[in-house]
Write a protein that binds this ligand. Sequence first.
Ligand code: SF4
Ligand code: FES
Length: 238
Amino acid sequence: MSGTLTIDDQTIPFSDGQTIIEAARTAGVYIPHLCHRPGYTPHGSCKLCTVKVNGRTCSACTFPAAEGQKVVNNSEELQEARLRITQMLFVEGNHFCPTCEKSGNCELQAVGYHLNMLDNHFPHFYAHRKVDASHPDILIDHNRCIFCNLCVRASRESDGKDVFGIAGRGIHKRLIVNSPTGQLKDSNISVEDCAVQVCPTGAILVKRTGYKTPIGGRIYDQHPISTIACKKRETDAT
Ligand code: SF4
Ligand code: FES
């Protein structure tokens, strides 16, 4: 089955089984998101993709596309809510872009630019979480984790492993490594794993590659996320 729906009055087609975000992406319409990645099981946790469908508030990454839906994506109200969510993510962890190796390749930073984020709005938490540098090739800076669950799903669904998990709730939420010591060096992760590549922030990094591409020449230095996210990315599962 297939049909059409409208997003901000633009008619777009969808095919059977597609969510609203996937139908939008296929048509080149960007709906901001962070925990969604094509091909991975939807998670619906970051709420950045919130849209209105026939007047109801829904997550576009989990809500199935259906005939005749009227979707509002680009309203002032929704962009304001997305801006607040993004600002919360920034203050809850340590996202200091000018000193982060991921700057210019970071989706959180790129979403901040898309939403014209000019300040943090909220007081900073100054997170004091661990850095796991135990693995010879991979580093985890837990202070930059936004708990999007993408590494958990990528490890399970693409790598056929189960390296990561998320434990705890609220401010006690944390990314855990499934290894006898809880350290990355004792897990079966490898540097080629999709779980290493998929992180939308600088939480999971490959060592000695941080400045391979100079700042200014990186993906979101060159193109807005609204363009990049509508194309196939290397870290998509499909
Ligand atoms: S480490 Fe990265 S991919 Fe994994 S949950 Fe945190 S932000 Fe998401
Ligand atoms: S992208 Fe939909 S909730 Fe995160």
